[in-house]
Design a protein around this ligand. Structure first.
Ligand code: RM4
Ligand code: MN
Ligand code: MN
Length: 395
């Protein structure tokens, strides 16, 4: 590979930062059961420690996404303890995720609940989440809602849309000028007839209605089969409304499989749209990349390292697209040339260039092998296994 191409890869990798999810290190399961792992993290300290290990090996994960209900048992009063842990493990607090779906009172929804007292509770929780984020200098509040209905006729869809607009506008008024709120969408589950924020168009309208610091969050798993996610990404970029991603892969629905495990070409195409936009506009897209996976079968830390390595590989491949040649082929409707530019970039083995980048940054050439040889897993297994069965939350 010539130096122009290795430089393009190094530049891309320097810019790619991937946030880890605190819930990805804890015991989780499916609706049907949980298979507990002796090394799973049960405390916020252990989650920071595991995230610190992933960052130490990959150099790409300086922040940890936090879930308010699971990681801040005393709400904003837990923030100082979290800040101390962050300092200790070299990983900063990342996005703050309110939990508006797990408690009993959210049975019929949160921001869209017909009961005004429950809507007020949901707003108070969202306000607490913003306060936590301010306290920790976290930039993004990530809002995902389980709200929806299971049976036709049981919910007033237009009324609920209005409640969502009011609620999100209210959250927006609490943001500091440097903060953002990211609105996530999901077509179904846990509600199976309608979801209040079902797709990117609804999330976009709600984000626009909320205020200038709101953006849309694209969870790669939250799409119908065969949906063209990179087109959604391109439109959101063009509208200046793409705020972030939740990385995972899907075969059927919200499977939360490892990124790129099913369709790496799709992830490549998403990264290509982002880098093409950046080349065309001469600006950097301000996008928060986060992982949203909680593995039940794979080792949790290994699955995170695997995801980061896959994201780096696909991002590096996208950096090899010759944008000027692509623009020219598109302008001349040279379909085969244009398509081949993408295919050739995707087919390039970028791993040697990534190893060079790692070595230049004094990182292990193979983070997964380094993890397996490093003894961290054995140490935490010894420390944690005695109470693994006792400790388990949703995530
Ligand atoms: C949802 C969505 C959210 C995540 C919850 C637990 O499907 O992806 O981002 O926080 O799951
Ligand atoms: Mn998500
Ligand atoms: Mn999801």
């Amino acid at each position: 590979m010539n130096s122009h191409r290795t430089d393009a890869i190094a530049g891309a990798l320097d810019a790619l930062r991937i946030e880890l999810p605190s819930w990805g290190f804890a015991n989780t399961g499916t609706r049907f059961g949980k298979f507990l792992q002796p090394a799973a993290a049960a405390t916020i300290a252990e989650k920071f420690s595991d995230a610190g290990e992933v960052h130490r090996l990959t150099g790409a994960c300086p922040t940890l996404a936090l879930h308010v209900l699971w990681d801040f048992p005393d709400g904003v009063r837990s923030a100082s303890a979290v800040r101390a842990l962050a300092g200790q493990h070299g990983v900063r607090p990342g996005s703050i995720n309110p939990n508006l779906f797990e408690e009993q009172h959210y049975k019929f929804g949160s921001f869209g609940n017909p009961d005004p007292a429950i809507r007020a509770r949901a707003l108070a929780h969202a306000a607490d989440s913003v306060a936590i984020a301010r306290e920790l200098d976290s930039r993004d509040i990530t809002l995902w809602f389980a709200d929806g209905s299971n049976y036709p006729g049981t919910a007033n869809i237009r009324q609920r849309k209005q409640w969502f607009e009011e609620g999100l506008r209210n959250v927006h008024t609490r943001l500091a000028p440097s903060q953002r709120m990211l609105v996530e969408y999901k077509p179904f589950e846990p509600a199976f007839y309608h979801t209040d924020i079902a797709d990117w168009g609804m999330a976009l309208l709600l984000a626009r209605a909320s205020g200038p610091q709101a953006r849309v969050l694209v969870d790669t798993g939250h799409h119908y089969a065969a949906q063209n996610i990179e087109q959604i990404v391109a439109w959101l970029l063009a509208e200046g409304m793409l705020g972030g991603f939740h990385f995972n892969d899907r075969r059927y629905a919200d499977d939360d499989l490892t990124l790129g495990s099913i369709d790496p070409y799709q992830v490549f195409r998403i990264f290509h749209e982002i880098q093409f936009f950046e080349w065309e506009t001469g600006t950097r897209a301000d996008i928060a990349y986060m992982i949203d996976q909680s593995h039940n079968l794979k080792g949790k830390i290994e699955a995170m390292i695997q995801t980061v390595m896959m994201a780096q590989e696909l991002y590096a491949k996208a950096a090899l697209v010759d944008h000027a040649a692509l623009a020219s082929a598109q302008a001349h409707c040279d379909l085969v040339a244009a398509e081949s530019i993408l295919q050739n970039a995707f087919a390039t083995d970028v791993r040697p260039a990534i190893v060079e980048w790692r070595e230049a940054h004094r990182l292990p050439a193979n983070p997964m092998a380094a993890f397996r040889a490093g003894g961290y897993l054995e140490r935490i297994t010894g420390e944690r296994q005695h109470r693994a069965a006792a400790a388990s939350s949703y995530a």
